[in-house]
Design a protein around this ligand. Structure first.
Ligand code: DUC
Ligand code: ZN
Ligand code: ZN
Length: 468
C-alpha cells in the first residue's frame, strides 16, 4: 500500500517547507519537492494543503491503569491510547512499576500483560523502581540490554509507597552511569511534605487547595538540587527531572545545564496554563480535579512565564502530560474531607499536541520548537530516533496533518479519555488535529476513527541520543 501526503507544510528539525511525503507500507520512503510528485503513482493521496505535516506526537510520560492512591488510573491502555490518537499522539511511553518487595522483571511482565494487544498506537515503557536493592540494580542492566527499557524513574516523594532514600538513589545512578540508562526523578522532598500534610490536617485544612500549599515550590527546588548533586557524584549520570512545575526548580536545572551537565527536564501543559488559585482553589471539592504532584503553582508568581521561557531556551527539553486520570465519582471523591486521600493525577494525553500548539499561536514558541517539544526531542531523549519523531525517509509513517485554520474546544462531552470531567473544560485552541497516521495506517480522519486495539506495537528503545 502506497500513500502520498500531498501539498502540506512539513515541519521538522531540518526546516519548514512545502513538501509531499511518500509512504510505502509502514514507512516514509521519501520527502519530495512537489514538482516530483506528478510522476509518482500511488494507491491513495491525502490532500494536506493548508495543513502542517508533523511527526506523530510522543507523550513520554503516561500512567495507564496505574494502581495509585487506593484506586487505579481510569484509562486502560485501550481507552488511553485511543484518546491519545485522537489528539495526534502516536507513541506513548508508559511507566511499568516495580513495587517495594517485588521482582523488577515481574513488574515489567505485569505491564506487558496489561498493554499487549490493547494499544491503538505504539508504546514503550520506562520502569519505576519502588525498591532499589541489589537485585533491582542487576535488573536495571538486564532491562537495558534485553528489554529495550533504558530509563528508570525514582521518587524522592511518597514515603512508604515509591520513595527511595538518597543512598538508594545514588546506587541506581551509579548503575545508570555504567549502563547508559537515564534516571528520571520525581523531585519533591516527600519526608518534609508529609510533615506539612499532617500539620495542615491537624489544623482542619482539608480542602484540595491544601494539597498544593503543603507541597511548596521550595521542596521541589530542594529535591531537584539534591538530585542534581547526587547525579554529579555518580560521575554525571544522565538525569531527567519529570513534571517540573516551579521556577526555583528550573533555576537549578538551568544552572546545571550551563555547566554542561547531563541534566534534562520536562514540564506538562497543566503547569503552563493552570494555577493553584484558579483550579486547585476552585470552590468546594471542585479543586480535586487538579490534584496532581508536583502541584499546580501560584499564578501570583511567574512560574508559567518561566516555564514557557525554559521551553524556548531548551532548559526544559520537552512537554509530556503525566497523564494519570481519575474520575471524580468514586475516585477523587475518596479525598472528600481529607485532601491527602485524593488520588494524584490529571488526564490530558488527548490534548498535549493542541495545548502546546496554542503556545505557538500565543507567541510563546516557534512552529519548529512546537514539533521538537512534542515529538522530536522525546524520540531523541528516550532512544527512539529516527524511527520516531521526524518526517524523513526510513522513519515510521507516524504522521499528523494539523489544521491551523480549524478550532478545538475541549470538553468532557467530546473528549475520548475515560474520565467524568475534563481538567481543560472550555479551553479553546486555534488549531486542530485533522488526520493521524500510525505506521502508515490512517487511524483518525476528521471526526472518523479507524484505529483499533492491537494495532500499536511495543517499541524497544535504545539509549538517549543526548548521552555524553
Ligand atoms: N504524580 C501524579 O500526579 N500522579 C501520578 C504519579 C505522580 O508522580
Ligand atoms: Zn511523578
Ligand atoms: Zn507521573
Amino acid at each position: 500500500m502506497s500513500l502520498l501526503v500531498k501539498g502540506g507544510t512539513v515541519v521538522g528539525p531540518t526546516g519548514i517547507r512545502v513538501a509531499d511525503v511518500l509512504v510505502e507500507g509502514e514507512k516514509i520512503v521519501a520527502v519530495l519537492d512537489p514538482s516530483f510528485s506528478p510522476t509518482i503513482t500511488v494507491d491513495e493521496v491525502l490532500d494536506a494543503s493548508g495543513k502542517y505535516v508533523i511527526p506523530g506526537g510522543i507523550d513520554a510520560h503516561t500512567h495507564m491503569e496505574l494502581p495509585f492512591g487506593g484506586t487505579a488510573a481510569s484509562d486502560t491502555f485501550d481507552t488511553g491510547t485511543r484518546a491519545a490518537a485522537y489528539g495526534g499522539t502516536t507513541t506513548i511511553i508508559d511507566f511499568a512499576v516495580q513495587r517495594t518487595g517485588e521482582v523488577v522483571q515481574d513488574g515489567l511482565a505485569a505491564w506487558h500483560a496489561k498493554a499487549d494487544g490493547e494499544c491503538h498506537i505504539d508504546y514503550a515503557f520506562h520502569m519505576i523502581l519502588g525498591g532499589v536493592d541489589a537485585d533491582a540494580l542487576k535488573a536495571m542492566d538486564q532491562l537495558v540490554t534485553d528489554e529495550g527499557i533504558t530509563s528508570f524513574k525514582l521518587f524522592m516523594a511518597y514515603p512508604g509507597v515509591f520513595y527511595s532514600d538518597d543512598g538508594q538513589i545514588l546506587r541506581a545512578m551509579q548503575t545508570a552511569r555504567e549502563n547508559g540508562a537515564m534516571i528520571m526523578m520525581h523531585a519533591e522532598n516527600g519526608i518534609a511534605i508529609d510533615v506539612l500534610v499532617q500539620q495542615a490536617l491537624q489544623r482542619g485544612e482539608t480542602d484540595p487547595i491544601y494539597h498544593g500549599i503543603t507541597r511548596p515550590a521550595a521542596l521541589e527546588a530542594e529535591a531537584t538540587n539534591r538530585a542534581i548533586a547526587l547525579a554529579e557524584v555518580a560521575q554525571d549520570c544522565p538525569l531527567y527531572i519529570v513534571h517540573l512545575s516551579a521556577s526555583q526548580a528550573l533555576e537549578h536545572v538551568a544552572a546545571a545545564r550551563d555547566k554542561g551537565r547531563n541534566v534534562f527536564a520536562e514540564t506538562c501543559p497543566q503547569y503552563l496554563y493552570l494555577t493553584l488559585e484558579d483550579q486547585l482553589g476552585a470552590p468546594g471539592f471542585e479543586g480535586a480535579k487538579w490534584v496532581c504532584s508536583t502541584p499546580l503553582r501560584s499564578g501570583k508568581e511567574p512560574h508559567r512565564e518561566n516555564l514557557w521561557r525554559g521551553l524556548r531556551t531548551n532548559d526544559l527539553a520537552m512537554v509530556s502530560t503525566d497523564h494519570c486520570p481519575f474520575c471524580m465519582k468514586d475516585q477523587k471523591e475518596l479525598g472528600i474531607g481529607d485532601f491527602s486521600k485524593i488520588p494524584n493525577g490529571i488526564g490530558g494525553v488527548e490534548h498535549r499536541v493542541d495545548l502546546i500548539y496554542q503556545g505557538v499561536v500565543d507567541g510563546q514558541l516557534s512552529l519548529a520548537r512546537w514539533v521538537e517539544t512534542i515529538a522530536t526531542t522525546p524520540a531523541r531523549m528516550f532512544g527512539m530516533y529516527p524511527k520516531k519523531g521526524i518526517i524523513a525517509p526510513g522513519s515510521d509513517a507516524d504522521i499528523v496533518l494539523y489544521d491551523p485554520s480549524a478550532r478545538t474546544r475541549i470538553s468532557v462531552e467530546t473528549h475520548h479519555m475515560n474520565m467524568d470531567h475534563s481538567a481543560w473544560e472550555g479551553y479553546e485552541i486555534a488549531g486542530k488535529v485533522d488526520t493521524v497516521l500510525s505506521r502508515g495506517t490512517v487511524i483518525v480522519a476528521g471526526d472518523q476513527y479507524y484505529g483499533r486495539a492491537g494495532h500499536g506495537q511495543f517499541v524497544q528503545r535504545g539509549l538517549s541520543d543526548y548521552l555524553v
